[in-house]
Design a protein around this ligand. Structure first.
Ligand code: AMP
Ligand code: ZN
Length: 119
């Protein structure tokens, strides 16, 4: 069923607590934790508790959850005090774009200059 936890999914295991993570925020529908391989001083992943393979699938199935995720990305940026200097919210979607974990996650990146276009 849509959104159900997947036994072989790393981020479902972080949601359930079976895999540890440095959690910075939790809501009824989302979990935010520090990326294990940070690419910027602030690099937090915001994920839905429910399993969807990517952002577009989540948004199509549950628009309110997509809104929760984006709102939480903003709160994380504000709490890490990168909202003033600017930050980036990224959803890598598909292997060609660098997606390696197929459980929706927003990267929140900030605390350094971020070039555009991205590499
Ligand atoms: P992506 O490549 O867009 O699918 O992003 C997956 C992200 O998950 C990468 O930035 C990884 O560094 C990060 N990651 C992988 N395993 C863990 C983990 N156990 N805890 C925190 N972040 C992780
Ligand atoms: Zn999952």
């Amino acid at each position: 069923m849509a959104g159900e936890a997947q036994a072989d999914c790393l981020f479902c295991k972080i949601v359930s607590g079976d895999v540890p993570a440095t959690i910075v925020r939790e809501t009824a529908t989302t979990v935010a934790f520090r990326d294990i391989n940070p690419q910027a001083p602030t690099h937090v992943l915001v994920i839905p508790r429910a399993h969807y393979p990517d952002a577009a699938t989540m948004a199509a199935a549950d628009p309110g959850l997509a809104a929760d995720l984006l709102r939480e990305a903003g709160v994380v940026a504000s709490e890490d005090k990168v909202d003033g200097t600017g930050y980036r919210v990224v959803f890598n979607t598909g292997t060609g774009a660098g997606q390696t974990v197929f459980h929706t996650h927003a990267h929140v990146l900030g605390g350094r200059g971020l070039e555009w276009p991205p590499g």
